[in-house]
Write a protein that binds this ligand. Structure first.
Ligand code: HEM
Length: 158
């Protein structure tokens, strides 16, 4: 009977509804959640955060030329800081094949590198807030220079 069936169905579905509510939200770009799963196999969390750094760096290269784009530069700098903070907590894939002792040493070195990157990204924010555009550009140049040595040391591609 319809009057009985509907509440019974709702009660039966309740655990499922609760599970759905407790599950982490699906990213907007990926309503089905499939791409995320496929991506996770191909791309490490570190690589994903590195891509965010790359995106910010590309845009900062242009925005830092113009003082009137300071707000954009600040937002991109914060994006870069957040990504660098996330990177710092990760382990480069290359290190996972090392023996325990060497891995600990290399991970410490990697973490120090990312910490240095983050420190410079914070100083970039300071320079922007203090209105010192020239200093901001200097710091940015230094940040870009970390890429090649960082990749030579900590990625398989070098
Ligand atoms: C401006 C600075 C940097 C930029 C723009 C940058 C960008 C990138 C990009 C685009 C990738 C490839 C992501 C993919 O696989 O699709 C990557 C990977 C990687 N980067 Fe950077 N990077 C920078 C600095 C650094 C530094 C300083 C380090 C080390 C301290 C580093 C360590 C790595 C590692 C280890 C990977 C491989 C990810 C993995 O092991 O899973 N990067 N980076």
């Amino acid at each position: 009977m319809p009057r009985e069936t509907t509440p019974a169905l709702l009660i039966a579905a309740l655990p499922l509804l609760l599970l759905a509510a407790a599950a982490p939200s699906t990213p907007l770009q990926d309503p089905e959640g499939n791409a995320g799963q496929q991506h996770a196999e191909e791309e490490t969390k570190l690589a994903q955060q590195m891509l965010l750094i790359e995106d910010a760096v590309k845009k900062l290269r242009r925005s830092l030329r113009k003082e009137e784009q300071r707000d954009d530069s600040l937002a991109l700098t914060v994006q870069m800081q957040a990504a660098a903070l996330a990177c710092k907590a990760e382990t480069p894939t290359l290190l996972t094949s090392l023996g325990e002792e060497e891995r600990v040493i290399q991970k410490n070195a990697y973490r120090l590198e990312m910490l240095g990157f983050l420190e410079q990204a914070l100083l970039l924010e300071r320079a922007l807030l203090e209105g010192d555009q020239e200093r901001a550009r200097e710091i940015f140049a230094g940040l870009r220079d970390t890429e090649d040595p960082g990749h030579e040391r900590f990625t398989a591609g070098g």
